[in-house]
Design a protein around this ligand. Structure first.
Ligand code: NAG
Ligand code: NAG
Ligand code: NAG
Ligand code: NAG
Length: 202
């Protein structure tokens, strides 16, 4: 049986400054202390995605991007590539039918960062973040990514635009509060609680 919900985080591994990798998955505290089975490398170029059998899915974004999902029938993690085939963003999702009995937590219809989308003929609660600016996306993306997943910030897609998260915590506004998230999630989150459905940024 598939896990009920995928939580996901964006980890910067190369150094504190450069985002030179993209890893996903979060394991409950204590389950996998060495992270041997809790971080998976994501293909950062469209050609790698294709080579790794990711499947193109149309109709998931109105932006100038192409979307690939992990495998047929599984819409929980999808990656978005710009017109040059470089990584632009990631969409994480929870199958609505998996959470129909926990509506109080997972029904996010009052928050514009979450959208229900149909992927492989099933409905998912989805959340999407971008590593390049909306302007760059509209212009076709990055012709060279120089190994960097992102540069200036992170943008959360909303139903009517984007929320920008500056990379420097000192620039975050009062919408961010320090919370007692589990340790793997970091300890800062955007109000309203953004950790339920992903992504957690740290
Ligand atoms: C494609 O994937 C295979 C195995 O997954 C790997 O051996 C090969 O180097 C990849 N090719 C390219 C062009 O990335
Ligand atoms: C979420 O809650 C709203 C308002 O209560 C309801 O109209 C909607 O059908 C719910 N969505 C899902 C997917 O259950
Ligand atoms: C998408 O990007 C390409 C490549 O830069 C550009 O030619 C095209 O006009 C863009 N399309 C839209 C809809 O913005
Ligand atoms: C973050 O902002 C602080 C305060 O403005 C500044 O001192 C620091 O150098 C910044 N860090 C980076 C990595 O830009």
């Amino acid at each position: 049986m598939k896990v009920v919900a995928v939580l996901l985080l964006i980890a910067a591994t190369a150094s504190a400054i450069e985002w030179a990798d993209l890893l996903v998955k979060w394991s409950r505290s204590g389950e996998d202390p060495s992270h041997a089975n809790s971080f998976f490398q994501m293909p950062r170029t469209k050609s790698d995605a294709i080579n790794n059998s990711w499947i193109e899915v149309t109709g998931l974004t109105s932006l100038n991007l192409t979307v690939y999902c992990y495998e047929e029938g599984d819409g929980r993690v999808c990656l978005e590539y710009d017109s040059y085939g470089n990584i632009a963003g990631i969409q994480a999702a929870v199958l609505c039918s998996d959470v129909e009995n926990v509506q109080s937590i997972y029904n996010r219809s009052n928050l514009n960062q979450y959208q229900i989308k149909t992927i492989f003929d099933e409905e998912y609660w989805t959340s999407t973040i971008y590593f390049i600016s909306p302007e760059t996306i509209a212009a076709g993306g990055r012709s060279e990514m120089n190994g960097l997943t992102g540069t200036e910030g992170i943008w959360i897609r909303t139903t009517d635009g984007f929320i920008e998260i500056p990379r420097n915590v000192s620039e975050w506004d009062s919408a961010w509060t320090k919370e007692a998230c589990v340790s793997e999630m970091g300890n800062l989150r955007l109000i309203p609680p953004y950790c339920y459905l992903v992504p957690c940024v740290y």
